[in-house]
Design a protein around this ligand. Structure first.
Ligand SMILES: [Zn+2]
Length: 284
């Protein structure tokens, strides 16, 4: 499939259409993809960044139909900030993931988070919302962020995976809000499901999702094994591990790779396999 240009409406299947936002970057690939679900009335999944041209594109795609819900998979700044303006423009409620409790500007208050996100209703795992001919169910998938939800369209078996599973890259898991043990458990949860197709917020649809998830679980176990071997070889600092583990990675992504290595180390520490002394890590 050729890449869509920002603002173009692509009909992916009878109940699902997609609009790309104009925010490409090393983290967002071609940009955030917002999804419209439904025909005579719709839900919008991941309205995206607060860009006036993306709001215009979504309103054109909605074309005056009632919007039953604005759903957010999580509250990173490339996913949820347009929820407020879109709610104002359409009168639709914001329903979906919880807002994060960012504790007094402490370490969770990462610049990547949307602090203004204010849902009208939070969906718990397994809760549903419905319109004319469509039903969406929340699937709790913490890990990339603690509040991450996927959404399944019951009528077609499509799963909207947000940033939990993407076809073009592995998800960044950045502590303390990102949690590798939760992330792995959420991958296992998807592996046990039988969704037909995944629509990630970034990158192309995934048509053989179980195979991809199995590969991702294997990839994370491989990364963990690499870290343990580096510790054995006397490599104790995260930047040195990143240099050895991510040969050829875009240098702009080295910081994010370091966060994922830290997430693995915290997971290993919890399992009493490693310990930390200052910023140096050791096998127990
Ligand atoms: Zn994200």
């Amino acid at each position: 499939m050729t890449e869509a240009s920002p603002g173009t409406l692509e009909q992916l299947e009878p109940l699902v259409a997609r609009v790309l936002a104009g925010n490409p970057s090393p983290y967002t690939y071609t940009g955030t993809q917002s999804f419209l679900v439904g025909t005579s009335d719709v839900a919008v999944i991941d309205p995206g960044p607060d860009l006036p041209e993306h709001l215009d594109a979504l309103l054109a795609a909605i074309a005056g139909r009632p919007v039953r819900a604005i759903l957010c998979t999580h509250t990173h700044r490339d996913h949820s900030p347009l929820a407020g303006p879109l709610a104002k423009a359409t009168g639709a409620p914001i329903i979906g993931c919880a807002a994060l409790v960012l504790e007094d500007g402490g370490p969770r208050a990462d610049a990547a988070f949307d602090r203004d996100y204010a849902p009208d209703r939070v969906l718990a795992d397994g809760e549903r919302i419905a319109g004319e001919g469509w039903t969406i169910e929340a699937v709790a998938t913490p890990g990339h962020t603690s509040n991450h939800l996927c959404f399944v369209l019951i009528e077609s078996g499509a799963l909207f995976t947000g940033d939990h599973v993407m076809g073009w890259a592995t998800s960044v898991v950045s502590p303390p809000d990102g949690d590798m043990s939760d992330y792995m458990a959420s991958l296992e949860r998807l592996q046990a499901r039988e969704d037909r197709i995944y629509y990630p917020a970034h990158g192309p649809a995934v048509e053989r999702p179980q195979r991809l998830v199995r590969g991702m679980l294997g990839h994370r176990k491989q990364r963990e094994g690499q870290i343990v071997r580096l510790l054995d070889r006397g490599v104790h600092a995260i930047p040195d591990m990143v240099r050895e583990m991510y040969v050829g990675l875009d240098p702009r992504l080295h910081g994010a790779a370091g966060r994922s290595v830290l997430a693995h180390l915290i997971d290993l520490e919890r399992r009493a396999l490693v310990r930390v002394d200052g910023d140096r890590w050791f096998k127990v």
